[in-house]
Write a protein of this length. Structure first.
Length: 680
C-alpha cells in the first residue's frame, strides 16, 4: 500500500488532473502496492494480456484497443510485462477521471528495453524473430517519465528494491492545494455548449430539401461522444412525432457507451444503433444520422453517406488508437468542400479543445503526447506561413538510431505522417524507432541551420523468404498453396500465391509503406525526387525490385506511372480503411528484378484476354488452378482464369467449398479433352 496515495489523488482531483505511478519490478510486488487502493474504487480497468479475475477490475486485452472506446474509469492498471501496446496505452488514458491514476506495470527499468515483447512479435516479419523488442521506444518512454518526475509533473516511478523517498516539498504542495478555478466546473464545457446550440438551432431551421453535414473533431477526453448524446436529446425532444428517425452509427456498439450514458430512457429508445453495413439500407435520406469515431470507418463509406443522407453529424478523435483524424480530415474535408460547391449542400467543421474529465494541462496526457509525438506539428508549415521557405531541398537516409539522436526530426517525421495519412497511430512511432527492416528517407529544407522535414518515404525490406522454418521444411510450397502466410513480406507472398511467381521467394525486395509530402510542397515533383533517391540507395545495396500496395485512386496511380512503376495486380474488394480497391505496382532494379517485373506484367495483361480452350493456358496459370483445386490456392486467381473461358458460365460463391471445387473439376474434365490441368 502506498500511504500517500489518497492525499496525492485528492490533490490531483482538485487540479482536475490525473497521475501516473510507474511500478518497475515483478508482478507480486506491484500488485501488493496497488491492490488495496483499487479495492476502494468501483470503476477500475486492467489492460494487458494476462487473464485476471477481480471483482473490482474490468479486464480488457491490450491487443484489442477497439474495446477501450466508451469507458470512463477511476483508475487504470496497464500491464506492460507481456508487451507495450502503444495504441491501447494512449486510448485508455483518455478514460481516466480527474484524481484517477494510471498504474503502469513494467519489468525493472534497466531490463525492460531488452525484454521480448508480444506487441513487437506481432509486428515483426519472418526472419527477424530475434528482434521482437522495443528498446528505443521503451527508453523514450522512460526518458520522458523521469523528466516529468524530476519536475513533479504527474509521474512517480517506483522501482522494486529501491527506496523511494517522497519529497517533503511534494507533501507540502499536496497539503496546501486549492481548487483550480481555471478548469470547467460545469457538467459541460463552453465548447460543448456552443456546439450544441449551433447544431440544434441550424438543424431545426434547415429546409427539407437541403443537405448538411457537421463534423466534430477533438482529442480524446474532450466529450465529443457525450455531446452527440446531448444533441440527439435536444433534437428528439424538439421534433417529436414528425416522422423522422434518429440513428447512431459507429465501428461497433461498444464504442457508443458514452453517447447513451446520460440519455433519458425515451431518448435511448428513439436513438437506434445501426452497424455501418446496415445504415444505407435501413435509414431514409430524411432521417438524422449520428456517426461516432468516423476516422475508424472507410472514407468511401463516409463519402457515400454524405451524398445520400440530408442531415449528418460526424464525430471523430484526432488522436487515439484508431488512427489520428488529421489525415482523415484532409481527404474527407476536401470531398465535403467539393460537395458544398452545389447550393444544395453545406457543411461545418466544429472542434472541442477543452478536456471534460481533466484540465488542459493534465500531466498524464502531456507525458503520453510527448512520448508518442502526439503534440508535434510539422515545423515547415510555420515557415510557409512566414514566407521563409528555401528552394534548396536535401534528401537523406536515416536509421532508427539516428532518429533517436535527432528527436526534432523524429517529431517532424511523425507529425508529417499524421498530417498525410488517416491511419497513422502511436504504434507507428514504435515502428519508426524499433521495427527491423524499416528504412526511412526524408527530404528537408533548411532555415537558420535547422532542418525542416517536407517529405517522407518509408520502405520495408521484403524477401528473400527462407525455404524452411521451424514449422515447415518447404515454406515456399506452403505459401504458394495457401497453407501459410508468415508475417511481413507482403509483395513476394502475393506474387507467389496470386500470380504464380515462384521466383519472388528468392529475391531481395523493398516495399514503399508510406510516401507523403506536406500540402504546401505538393505538385513540385518532390515525392518523385525522394523516391528516386531511395531507389538509388536500394540499387547500391543490391536490391532486386521495389514495389508498393496502395489505395487505387487516380492521383496515386498517376504518381506511380509517372515514376515508371508497373501495375501488376488490382484488387477486387474494397479496403476497409480507405474505402477503395487496392493495386500493386513493381519496379525492377536488377536483371532478376526486371525479369520478375516483366513476368508479372505479362500475367496481369493476360487476365483480360478471352480464351476458348484449356490448351491456351500458360503453365503458370495451370499451376495456379491446380493449387486452388487440390489445395488452398488463390481463389481470386482461379476466378480470373476461369472467367476468361468463353464457354464458362458458372456462378462463383463467396467462399469456395469442396462441392464447388468438384463442380469446377467436372467442368474442366468435360472441356479439357487432351489438356489436363496438372503441375508443369
Amino acid at each position: 500500500m502506498l500511504p500517500w496515495l489518497s492525499q496525492l489523488s485528492e490533490y490531483r482531483a482538485n487540479q482536475k488532473a490525473r497521475q501516473v505511478i510507474w511500478l518497475a519490478g515483478d508482478h507480486h510486488w506491484a500488485w501488493s502496492n496497488i491492490n488495496h487502493w483499487l479495492s476502494l474504487h468501483k470503476h477500475n480497468i486492467y489492460v494487458g494480456q494476462a487473464e485476471l479475475r477481480h471483482a473490482y477490475l474490468t479486464c480488457v486485452k491490450a491487443s484489442k484497443p477497439s474495446t477501450l472506446l466508451g469507458y470512463e474509469c477511476d483508475n487504470v492498471v496497464f500491464d506492460a510485462h507481456h508487451g507495450l501496446f502503444p495504441d491501447a496505452l494512449t486510448a485508455i488514458s483518455g478514460t481516466i477521471k480527474a484524481g484517477g491514476v494510471l498504474f503502469l506495470l513494467t519489468p525493472p527499468l534497466e531490463q525492460w528495453p531488452e525484454f521480448e515483447d508480444e506487441f513487437a512479435k506481432g509486428r515483426t516479419s519472418l526472419g527477424f524473430e530475434d528482434q521482437c523488442k522495443n528498446p528505443l521506444t521503451t527508453k523514450r518512454l522512460i526518458h520522458f517519465a523521469k523528466k516529468a518526475q524530476r519536475a513533479n509533473q504527474g509521474v512517480i516511478i517506483l522501482e522494486q528494491h529501491t527506496e523511494f523517498n517522497l519529497s517533503p516539498d511534494w507533501l507540502h504542495e499536496w497539503q496546501s492545494v486549492t481548487p483550480n478555478l481555471n478548469t470547467p466546473a460545469n457538467s459541460t464545457t463552453d465548447d460543448q455548449t456552443d456546439t450544441l446550440q449551433y447544431i440544434t438551432s441550424n438543424l431545426s431551421s434547415l429546409e427539407s430539401h437541403l443537405f448538411t453535414s457537421y463534423v466534430i473533431t477533438a482529442d480524446r477526453g474532450r466529450g465529443k461522444s457525450h455531446l452527440l448524446g446531448m444533441i440527439a436529446e435536444n433534437l428528439i425532444n424538439l421534433n417529436k412525432d414528425n416522422g423522422i428517425n434518429y440513428y447512431l452509427c459507429a465501428p461497433n456498439k461498444a464504442a457508443t457507451t458514452a453517447v447513451y450514458k446520460h440519455l433519458s430512457e425515451t431518448t435511448k429508445q428513439a436513438l437506434q444503433f445501426l452497424a455501418p453495413e446496415r445504415l444505407t439500407e435501413t435509414a431514409s435520406p430524411d432521417d438524422i444520422i449520428f456517426i461516432d469515431e468516423a476516422a475508424s470507418l472507410p472514407i468511401g463509406q463516409l463519402i457515400e453517406w454524405s451524398s445520400h443522407f440530408k442531415r449528418l453529424i460526424f464525430a471523430s478523435t484526432t488522436h487515439g488508437y484508431e488512427g489520428t483524424g488529421k489525415g482523415f480530415q484532409i481527404r474527407f474535408f476536401n470531398y465535403l468542400e467539393q460537395l458544398s460547391l452545389s447550393p444544395l449542400h453545406t457543411w461545418k467543421h466544429l472542434t472541442l479543445s477543452t478536456p471534460v474529465r481533466f484540465s488542459q494541462s493534465d500531466p498524464l496526457e502531456r507525458w503520453l503526447f510527448k512520448s508518442f509525438c502526439l503534440d508535434s506539428e510539422p515545423s515547415a508549415l510555420k515557415l510557409v506561413e512566414k514566407n521563409k521557405v528555401s528552394n534548396e531541398y536535401q534528401s537523406e537516409h536515416l536509421n532508427n538510431k539516428s532518429l533517436t539522436k535527432t528527436p526534432h526530426l523524429l517529431e517532424q517525421v511523425f507529425a508529417l505522417l499524421v498530417q498525410a495519412h488517416y491511419q497513422t497511430k502511436p504504434s507507428d512511432l514504435r515502428d519508426l524507432l524499433d521495427a527491423p527492416g524499416l528504412e526511412l528517407f526524408i527530404q528537408t529544407i533548411k532555415h537558420k541551420e535547422k532542418k525542416h522535414v517536407i517529405s517522407v518515404c518509408l520502405i520495408n525490406d521484403e524477401g528473400p523468404i527462407p525455404s524452411h522454418d521451424e514449422r515447415s521444411n518447404n515454406l515456399h510450397e506452403e505459401i504458394y498453396k495457401g497453407y501459410r502466410r508468415p508475417k511481413g513480406h507482403l509483395i513476394p507472398q502475393v506474387l507467389a500465391h496470386h500470380l504464380g511467381q515462384y521466383q519472388a521467394f528468392n529475391l531481395k525486395g523493398a516495399r514503399v509503406v508510406r510516401i507523403a509530402t506536406l500540402p504546401p510542397f505538393q505538385q513540385l515533383g518532390l515525392a518523385s525526387r525522394l523516391l528516386s533517391f531511395a531507389i538509388a540507395h536500394l540499387k547500391t545495396n543490391r536490391y532486386d525490385y521495389i514495389g508498393s500496395s496502395y489505395a487505387n485512386t487516380k492521383d496515386v496511380t498517376y504518381f506511380w506511372m509517372r515514376n515508371q512503376f508497373k501495375i501488376i495486380r488490382q484488387g477486387n474488394k474494397l479496403d476497409k480503411s480507405s474505402g477503395t480497391q487496392s493495386a500493386l505496382v513493381i519496379y525492377g532494379l536488377s536483371q532478376k528484378g526486371l525479369k520478375l517485373e516483366q513476368d508479372c506484367l505479362n500475367f496481369h495483361e493476360r487476365q483480360h484476354q478471352a480464351i476458348d480452350s484449356i490448351s491456351e493456358l500458360k503453365p503458370t496459370e495451370r499451376n495456379l488452378l491446380n493449387a486452388f483445386l487440390e489445395h488452398n490456392g488463390s481463389y481470386e486467381s482461379a476466378k480470373m482464369i476461369l472467367q476468361r473461358f468463353n464457354n464458362f458460365n458458372m456462378a462463383f460463391p463467396k467462399k469456395a467449398s469442396k462441392d464447388f471445387k468438384s463442380e469446377i473439376k467436372n467442368w474442366l474434365e468435360d472441356n479439357q479433352n487432351s489438356h489436363p490441368i496438372q503441375n508443369t
